[in-house]
Write a protein that binds this ligand. Structure first.
Ligand SMILES: CC(C)(COP(=O)(O)OP(=O)(O)OC[C@H]1O[C@@H](n2cnc3c(N)ncnc32)[C@H](O)[C@@H]1OP(=O)(O)O)[C@@H](O)C(=O)NCCC(=O)NCCS
Length: 253
């Protein structure tokens, strides 16, 4: 993964430097958060009025470089070039953990943007309201949600979950965040005694996790066809035949 994280301090040595920060910082922040690769850009005055704490996250090194190039010719750079900066910068990995209340709105925004419409976001909201969100994991850098995956319980001849939906912020794709979320979810499912996970999606993507249409062949679901795939977590290659019923929230799709 190649997320970029920068933390540190901006330290003014005079009232004039402090005034330059106060004057130019709001426009600098506003321009930076509009950059597509900026994940967060938190610059806040500390208890010391001459010192600002800095915490920045960018989706890739290229996004960080583009930010530096733009900012280097901005009024902010011209006014604050001489101010002391003590920064640490490096590659960061997202943290994967169960959703909290603070994640609900970011998950909703992320899912609407990823799918270009409201259906999948409404599915998640209804699963949550109806007590059918068996597992909801987010990938985060700092406080910013970069990706999300949901699992819900199925009525089936074995203990089974549905995986749906999964989404990753556009700027952060192709770094393995989707795969890390799915693998963490499957691990948790296995630990909770789930014997099978079903997914409806592109076999080219889900095949890498072991899902196959063949494993789902004996199951009867509302979504039968080449996009319905299953993964046995119990070690048996063939899942028992039978009817699968999805939680009522899936009616929105
Ligand atoms: C699908 C999604 C979650 C993958 O997230 P991600 O963090 O980029 O995934 P990873 O980095 O783990 O994997 C990226 C790989 O998946 C492939 N991939 C992504 N979406 C794919 C799709 N719909 N079909 C086939 N392959 C896909 C990419 O081409 C890439 O392939 P590579 O590893 O050979 O380069 C993300 O693209 C997304 O949010 N898409 C919009 C929502 C969506 O379609 N969700 C899935 C519904 S089935």
């Amino acid at each position: 993964m190649a997320l970029i994280r920068l933390t540190g301090h901006l330290i003014c040595a005079s009232a004039a430097e402090r005034q330059a920060v106060l004057c130019h910082l709001p426009a600098h922040i506003a321009a930076t958060v509009r950059e597509p690769g900026c994940l967060f850009f938190d610059i806040a005055q500390t208890a010391d009025p001459m010192v600002w704490s800095v915490s920045e996250g960018f989706a890739t090194q290229a996004d960080f470089d583009a930010h530096q190039a733009r900012a280097s010719t901005s009024p902010w750079a011209a006014a604050t070039r001489a101010i002391k900066r003590v920064y640490e910068m490096g590659v960061a990995e997202p943290e994967i953990s169960p959703e909290t209340d603070a994640d609900i709105a970011p998950i909703d925004r992320l899912t609407r943007a990823a799918f270009g419409g409201p259906d999948e976001a409404e599915l998640i909201a209804q699963l949550r309201t109806q007590g059918d969100l068996a597992l909801s994991l987010v990938a985060r850098l700092g406080r910013t949600v970069l990706g999300h995956v949901a699992f819900s319980p199925l009525s089936a001849p074995m203990k089974a979950w549905a995986l749906a939906p999964v989404s990753v912020r556009t700027a952060c794709r192709r770094q393995g965040i989707g795969a890390a979320l799915i693998r963490a979810g499957l691990e948790s499912a296995r630990a909770q005694g789930v014997e099978a996970v079903l997914v409806l999606g592109d076999p080219a993507y889900y095949g890498r996790f072991g899902f196959s249409a063949k494993a789902a062949q004996a199951l009867r679901t509302p979504y039968d066809g080449p996009y319905l795939q299953a993964l046995s977590l119990s070690g048996t290659a063939r899942l028992p035949a039978g009817d699968i019923t999805y939680p009522p929230a899936f009616a929105v799709l």
